[in-house]
Design a protein around this ligand. Structure first.
Ligand code: SF4
Length: 328
């Protein structure tokens, strides 16, 4: 396995700083992996043959795809395409050392897969995020080598995102099998994946980094064309919480504080307790097709953001991240 003979970019101190008390409480195993006291989960799975079994399982699923909630049922191995338009080869529109994630994650070796299972009107990465053809084709060996290089350079994790990583589960697992770095794995998803995918992810992921966008299905359908989103997301959050360590992202959307942001926080408090790590995000800005929906065609106001932050405190959430710049 690849260790870090030399931390080139960030210095050894960087690896173990940036963990406040809340991060230490939320991510004890992740921190142990970074300290070299524990192996990432995918390696344990590989050692007992579980990673191979999961790869075979995904291969079967691809014959009648149900990796996400849409359950298109297409045979992707035979070249059929479903809603996401993703084939069987990895297509990537960005891969870099990301410093824009939460403090405990950076520097993060982030891979942006092209193609998505949702269609958020306000997507910040469209059109690349929803168009597999706009991504460059990589091999799984190239992905593995890139991860190993990033690890040697001092990245704390490999961060699979998109678009959406779900349609690329096959390539992700095969890349991990080829990877020789002791690097923690972050699954950075919109939370719209199927039970089948949740089952396959178990025992592989070190940190689930999951969006929780909507609590009202009408909002999910209207703004993201995602029927059943709230029930699926709740199920996936409970699964992720049981399986591993969890970081929840709640993007506060203008005029959706009462129907979505606040009920989401309440659900988290009631079902996962006071300590889940929750990033309450205030950076929404209207982009892509947001102008088609008048209520979200503006930035979030300071008052809206402050209202949601105050609410999180009132209901007893104790480990949330707020972005001070949006409170002022
Ligand atoms: S991953 Fe793509 S093809 Fe598979 S069910 Fe979801 S949208 Fe359909």
């Amino acid at each position: 396995m690849i260790t870090r003979p030399q931390i080139k970019l960030f210095g050894t101190d960087m690896i173990m700083t940036g963990f406040d008390a809340g991060a230490e409480k939320a991510f004890p195993n992740y921190i142990k992996i970074l300290q070299g006291r524990q192996k990432p989960k995918f390696q344990a799975a590989e050692a007992v043959g579980a990673l191979d079994r999961k790869i075979k399982e995904v291969e079967e699923v691809l014959k009648c795809c149900e990796l996400c909630t849409r359950r298109c049922g297409v045979n992707r191995l035979a070249g059929e395409l479903g809603f996401c338009g993703v084939g069987t080869r990895p297509r990537i529109f960005g891969a870099h050392t990301h410093m824009g994630e939460e403090d405990e994650l950076i520097p993060s070796a982030t891979i942006f897969f092209a193609g998505c299972t949702m269609r958020c009107a306000y997507c910040q990465n469209a059109p690349e995020s929803i168009t597999p053809g706009l991504g460059g084709e990589w091999t799984e060996e190239e992905i593995a080598l890139w991860i190993e290089e990033e690890w040697k350079e001092g990245c704390r994790n490999v961060n699979f995102v998109g678009g959406e990583p779900t349609p690329y589960l096959y390539s992700i697992l095969r890349s991990l099998r080829a990877c020789r770095a002791d690097i923690p794995v972050v699954w950075n998803s919109n939370s719209y994946y199927s039970e089948k995918t949740a089952e396959i992810l178990k025992g592989i992921i070190d940190i689930y980094l999951l969006d929780f966008r909507y609590f009202d299905e009408r909002c999910a359908v209207r703004l993201s064309s995602a029927p059943r989103y709230p029930e699926v997301a709740k199920r996936n959050f409970l699964d992720a919480w049981r399986d591993s360590e969890l970081l929840i992202r709640v993007l506060v959307i203008p005029r959706h504080t009462e129907c979505d942001a606040k009920p989401i926080l309440k659900w988290i408090r009631e079902n996962l307790g006071p300590w889940p790590r929750v990033n309450i995000m205030g950076q929404y800005f209207p982009t892509w097709n947001a102008d088609l929906f008048p209520e979200i065609d503006r930035r979030l106001t300071r008052e809206e953001y402050r209202d949601v932050i105050n609410y999180a405190g009132e209901i007893g959430l104790k480990n949330f991240i707020m972005q001070e710049q949006y409170l002022r």
